[in-house]
Ligand binder design. Structure first.
Ligand code: MLT
Length: 219
């Protein structure tokens, strides 16, 4: 991973939500792997917004959940957010050693692809998946990112993701709806989160990890 630029993807919903938080005017976002770590930061600074989920549900004592709709501009403008989620922020923790880390989702696929190419280093795309299993929506997003690159030295995994995306490109929202995680969110009444996350290239924000470990807009 040394010298790589890494894009982490968790389309449903962590990287979609984090991109939205910065889009709506938050100054920065810190991803935490554990609830304890998140509460620790909040004890140190009560102005922080504590957000996230465990098993798709808001965490008792947190200010917000993991829905992009939990973070309107009126709440986040000019503020810093701590986010911890079941899979997405764990995937970010796993690439702590990487030199450059950005976050991608369908909303920012083209901008994230451009950001990664500008790094002029080996590109690694990490799909968070769901508790260790491949997630269809993350593979589609990886394909949307790869679709922006010229074909050069792709791994077979990259080719698989690209093929999944191009075959489903014309019906991406319907395709995402078929994923296990989307079905789970739907059965829990979160269909608007799924529809929101299934919109492609709607944001020019790429959350990029700064030297202090926080994510900033297009840093
Ligand atoms: C996660 O990180 O596991 C997801 O974002 C779960 C979710 O809230 O849908």
């Amino acid at each position: 991973m040394d010298g790589c630029s890494v894009l982490v993807i968790d389309t449903l919903r962590a990287t979609t939500t984090l991109t939205t938080i910065l889009d709506r005017g938050a100054t920065k976002v810190l991803t935490c792997a554990s609830l304890d770590e998140a509460f620790h930061y909040k004890r140190q600074d009560s102005t922080l917004i504590l957000g996230g989920e465990r098993h798709n549900r808001p965490v008792p004592g947190f200010d917000a959940g993991n829905s992009p709709f939990d973070y309107p501009s009126e709440l986040v403008e000019g503020r810093a957010v701590i986010l911890t989620t079941t899979n997405g922020t764990q995937a970010v923790a796993k690439v702590n050693g990487a030199e450059r880390v950005g976050l991608a989702c369908l909303l920012n696929a083209a901008t994230a692809a451009r950001w990664q190419q500008e790094q002029k280093s080996e590109a690694l795309v990490v799909c968070a998946g769901t508790v260790g299993h491949v997630s269809w929506e993350d593979v589609l997003t990886a394909g949307a990112v790869i679709n922006e690159w010229s074909e050069h030295d792709w791994t077979d995994a990259a080719r698989l993701a690209w093929t999944a995306f191009t075959v489903n490109q014309a019906r991406i929202a319907q395709s995402i709806l078929q994923s296990r995680h989307a079905q789970h969110l739907l059965s829990s009444g979160m269909e608007r989160d799924v529809s929101y996350a299934a919109r492609i290239n709607q944001s020019s924000t790429v959350p990029v990890r700064g030297p202090d470990g926080w994510f900033y807009r297009n840093a």
